[in-house]
Design a protein around this ligand. Structure first.
Ligand code: BGC
Length: 344
């Protein structure tokens, strides 16, 4: 609702309230302005970052008196749909969704639209729908570029194992696209040979562990570099390396700035991670929800990302590569992690 029309509604409601009071001495005060109610639907809490996202959104809403209803789908796309339907019937105005399945979630977004609920695609873009209202994430292609850049500097020549994230997650494609934009030219030159290339179903560390065990066996441990798409999968790979006495000897990437990854970076078993400050992401999503509810356009959604159907107005934050060299500044000084925990 525009400011002026909202003012008129408030004025009319106030006049009505006064006339009701005049005719009936015992009338209770009537709440005239509708309050924002946000639904938060997260695909998973498997990675530490999602717990941080949830906690920050919860705090932001509590601080500002916004009602928040949260649902976690535990990586079940069908459950996510029914949980969201339930949120619609509870009268949410805005849905903040991190989709389990990028395409399947189009149905959720379409149902939200039909119910008059605005949709914020949170971190993960919902594909194949004309109804995404806004996408708020990091520049996910750049995440991959940071990983690929670090890895090719650490290992300019040799055998690579390439792992990618869950095939149901659109981000996984973007991370890989970014990383391969750096790695592929070196493959074409003949400097790098890709000896394993596999997606990690559901981003599970145990699936990454198996992939890496098999890759090491198949290549008689002759692997010099590993592209791991996030810290969880890096953890699985490093476990496989450790079993062969190779932890710390094969450069490996990550993403998310998880505490365990930060500890591995200072110990030297993981080379890098990519820091995506979930505090900024969460704050941006709650701000966007408030604007949308107020009927304002999102002036800061200056970019667009195509979801196979339309260009979705987007806010893409900047990811930061973190190694031993800048871990204190990037993760500790920023208050994301505690020094005592990282250097435990
Ligand atoms: C997120 C990553 C996360 C992964 C697994 C991706 O969509 O962007 O931060 O590690 O999902 O949950």
């Amino acid at each position: 609702m525009k400011r002026t029309s909202r003012a008129i509604v408030i004025l009319l409601a106030a006049m009505l309230f006064v006339s009701v009071l005049a005719g009936c001495k015992t009338a209770a005060p009537v709440a005239v302005e509708k309050k924002l109610k946000i639904g938060l639907s997260l695909a998973t809490l498997q990675e530490e970052r999602w717990v941080r996202d949830k906690d920050r959104i919860t705090k932001d809403c509590a601080d500002q008196g916004i009602e928040l209803l949260t649902q976690i789908a535990n990586m079940d796309a069908a459950a996510q749909e029914s949980q969201c339907e339930n949120l619609f019937t509870q009268g949410i105005n805005v849905l903040i969704i991190a989709a389990q399945d990028a395409s399947a979630a189009a149905t959720i977004v379409d149902k939200a639209h039909a119910a008059g609920v605005k949709v914020i695609c949170y971190d993960r873009l919902v594909m194949d729908t004309v109804n995404d209202d806004v996408y708020i994430s990091f520049d996910n292609v750049q995440v991959g570029v940071l990983q690929g850049t670090w890895l090719t500097k650490a290992v300019p020549k040799g055998n690579y194992a390439i792992l990618s994230g869950a095939p149901t997650d659109n981000n996984a494609k973007l991370f890989k696209q970014g990383a391969m934009s750096i790695i592929q030219p070196l493959v074409d030159k003949g400097d790098i040979k890709i000896v394993a290339d596999q997606a990690v179903v559901e981003w599970k560390p145990e699936n990454a562990l198996k992939i890496m065990e098999n890759a090491l066996t198949a290549n008689k441990n002759n692997i010099q570099g590993i592209l791991a798409p996030n810290d969880g999968t890096a953890g699985g790979c490093i476990q496989a390396l450790a079993a062969q006495g190779l932890a710390g000897k094969v450069p490996i990437t990550g993403q998310d700035a998880e505490l365990a990854a930060a500890q591995r970076i200072v110990k030297g078993t993981q080379g890098m991670t990519v820091f995506k400050d979930t505090r900024i992401l969460a704050d941006a999503a709650v701000e966007a929800a408030k604007s949308m509810f107020g009927g304002y356009t999102l002036a800061n959604a200056t970019q667009t990302v195509n979801n196979n159907k339309v260009d979705v107005p987007s806010i893409l934050l900047t990811p930061i590569a973190v190694t031993k060299d800048n871990i204190d500044v990037a993760l500790i000084d920023s208050g994301y992690l505690k020094k005592a925990d990282v250097y435990k």
